[in-house]
Design a protein around this ligand. Structure first.
Ligand code: PA5
Length: 442
């Protein structure tokens, strides 16, 4: 279960103010639970941990088994934003960072940018591999994944023939509409549905996240169990509810202390993409109506040697939320050295993780001294179960937080602006008037 620790905030806030924000968070909890708040047609994520049927997981496993029979050793997973970040976060967190176990399918992500170099280098890998493809787009019309899929599809059809390429392609999209749905029906791809009432950034526990995670070889049943247990815990309304505590404190920092930036901190490189997933979740959910806490992320101790300087002494605009992992999964003890030229013998016999923990504690105290409050979000270890807990915790707390802030957590009107300009500049048919306008500006 996720635990929230607020000791690193106490010197910054008055008890009276915190109580006021707990009250606001409890009211927001009621809005979320009553399902009467803004965006309430997008609340399907709330029950996913208990709604996902065993048959869906079995279908994912059947695809994996079928592809392995065909000798597939690479799955290109195409998608962007909410159709990408959850799977990437889970796979990066659960994978060995250097070695891919024999017989497993390698996952390569594509369609999350428009870089020609990225795609060309991806195709170098595809050419050396026995490849299959998962294309994920709820709308079925997003440019980045559509461009990548056109290239991968063309390659698969040339290499394996149209029928075999179709067997090596799975589409995850809307149940009824969109270009990807039409194409899937036409080509006979196996498909999974992104539920209508689940927005992209809340979709990691749908096939959008589950299929890639199964293909990568990880235990989605444990992940769903972690999410279900977290849900049961978070449904207990009260001042000590972890999501209420987190939502209350971050809104207090924002509204009373002028802390406009929240930095999600990890001390384990496996959680780099947790930061990316969390940034989308909070950035798209809260950053609207000229309001919102800007979500940033850092990897410590790595970034203590770069932006750590700013956090310690720069403009005091931020607070930190540290994702604390109680236990390392592996064990390495620092040895003793006769010469001790590096002067590390005082650490001989200590676990590396002990040094990491002391770095975290030292940083916490230094940042508090420097005017940066710290919330801790702790989990026991990095595994599928705890990742499920973390996903559900941050989603639930996000709903509460955004309602405290007074915005609709479940829409993202701002993501359309760049697309309109891009289409006008690319001269997409139907955008002639916008093209004329934009050419006057550049
Ligand atoms: O959260 C969102 O809705 C967006 O970030 C989408 O996930 C992203 O734009 C991808 O959209 P789609 O799945 O329709 O291709």
């Amino acid at each position: 279960m996720v635990k929230v620790e607020l000791g690193g905030c106490s010197s910054f806030v008055k008890e009276f103010d915190y109580k006021e924000y707990v009250g606001k968070a409890l009211a927001a909890f009621d809005v979320l639970e009553s399902e009467k708040g803004a965006g309430n047609d997008f609340l399907g994520w709330k029950t996913l941990p208990v709604d996902i049927p065993e048959s869906l997981i079995a279908d994912c496993e059947a695809i994996k088994a079928d592809w392995q029979k065909r000798g597939v050793d690479l799955a290109v997973v195409i998608g962007i934003g909410g159709s990408y970040l959850g799977a990437r976060c889970a796979i990066e967190a659960l994978s060995h960072q250097f070695v891919r176990p024999e017989g497993t399918i390698r996952i390569a992500f594509a369609g999350n940018n428009l870089s020609e170099d990225y795609l060309a280098e991806l195709m170098d890998l595809v050419e050396q591999s026995n490849t299959a493809c998962v294309v994920i787009s709820k709308s079925g019309t997003t440019t980045e994944p559509a461009v990548a899929f056109r290239i991968v599809k063309d390659y698969l059809e040339k290499k394996y023939g149209k029928a075999e390429a179709a067997e090596r392609t799975v589409a995850i999209t809307d149940a009824k509409k969109g270009a990807l749905k039409t194409l899937s029906t036409q080509e006979g791809y196996r498909t999974f549905v992104v539920p209508d009432n689940v927005g992209g950034r809340f979709s990691v526990l749908t096939p959008v996240g589950l299929l890639p995670i199964v293909l990568a070889g990880f235990d989605v049943r444990a992940m769903l169990k972690g999410a279900a247990d977290e849900r049961a815990e978070l449904l207990k309304k009260g001042e000590k509810n972890a999501a209420v505590e987190y939502a209350a404190m971050r809104n207090l920092f924002y509204s009373k202390l002028g802390k406009k930036v929240e930095v999600l901190v990890n001390y384990n490189p496996k959680f780099q993409y947790l930061g990316e997933w969390w940034k989308q979740l909070y950035g798209e959910s809260e950053g609207k109506d000229l309001k919102g806490i800007f979500p940033a992320s850092v990897n410590f101790t790595t970034d203590l040697h770069s932006v750590g300087q700013f956090i310690q002494e720069g403009d005091r605009v931020m607070f930190e939320t540290v994702v604390k992992v109680e236990k390392a999964q592996r064990s390495i003890v620092i040895g003793s050295d006769e010469q001790n030229l590096d002067q590390l013998n005082y650490l001989a016999g200590q676990h590396v993780e002990h040094c990491n923990a002391m770095a975290a504690l030292g940083t916490k105290l230094a940042h508090i001294d420097g005017g940066v409050p710290q919330i801790e979000v702790a989990v026991e270890k990095i595994d599928a179960y705890n990742l499920g807990s973390i996903f559900y915790f941050f989603e639930f707390a996000c709903g509460i937080s955004a309602y405290v802030l007074g915005v609709n957590p479940f829409n993202q009107p701002g993501v359309e602006a760049y697309k309109k300009n891009m289409f006008a500049l690319l001269r997409k048919p139907g955008y002639e008037a916008e093209t004329e306008q934009i050419l006057k500006r550049i």
